[in-house]
Design a protein around this ligand. Structure first.
Ligand code: GDP
Ligand code: MG
Length: 174
């Protein structure tokens, strides 16, 4: 069976849980240890899509690029974005400054790929009480902007909304 491949990028500040979200999605696994990502790492996963007729019966393979997001490497990161049809921009609900950087990360990605789609993940929801999460969701909702498909509260630890972010993106890539 042949497959059709689409590149997506995960991007955001250091330590927000990019590598952990990919690991939970691809391997259904979580670790409390910090797994330092040097530069970029690629993972692959086949995903089911509702509009399978559009793919001529082929499977969709996501090629997921895990990209270090510090400002120092911004120019390098932009090279990694080339050819990407979608991105997950990640912030950490326990570190407000990482949420304040999301808008800039969106701009950085769209500067390279103006026609691509973005899903925002407000990660580590398992560490915050539900009533605060509701406020965070209101303050950091990017969904009204062009190119932004949705904003999700996620947890790489519990798996909350992890499949949803990748499937929402995958459904728009074909
Ligand atoms: P990255 O630098 O964005 O790739 O971040 P990592 O995926 O390496 O995660 C940084 C740290 O946060 C690690 O210690 C992870 O175990 C932890 N972490 C990541 N996601 C979550 C989450 O959803 N909940 C909790 N409690 N910890 C998380
Ligand atoms: Mg990482």
């Amino acid at each position: 069976m042949s497959t059709i491949s689409r590149k997506i990028c995960l991007f955001g500040d250091f330590g927000v849980g990019k590598t952990s979200l990919i690991r939970q999605f691809v391997e259904s696994n979580f670790s409390d240890e910090y797994l330092s990502t040097v530069g970029v790492k690629l993972s692959r996963k086949l995903v089911g899509v509702p509009q399978k007729d559009l793919l001529d019966g082929q499977d969709l393979q996501l090629i997921i690029w895990d990209i270090e997001g510090s400002n120092k490497f911004k120019a390098v990161a932009q090279n990694y974005f080339q050819g990407s049809k979608g991105a997950v921009i990640v912030g950490d609900v326990t570190q407000p400054e990482t949420l304040n950087h999301i808008q800039e990360h969106i701009q950085t990605f769209l500067a390279v790929n103006p026609k691509s789609y973005i899903v925002v993940a407000l990660n580590k929801s398992d560490m915050i009480a539900a009533e605060y999460l509701e406020n965070i969701r209101k303050m950091y909702n990017f969904t009204t902007q062009n190119n932004i498909l949705d904003t999700y509260i996620t947890s790489a630890k519990t798996g909350n909304n992890v499949d949803e972010i990748f499937h929402t993106l995958a459904n728009r890539l074909i």
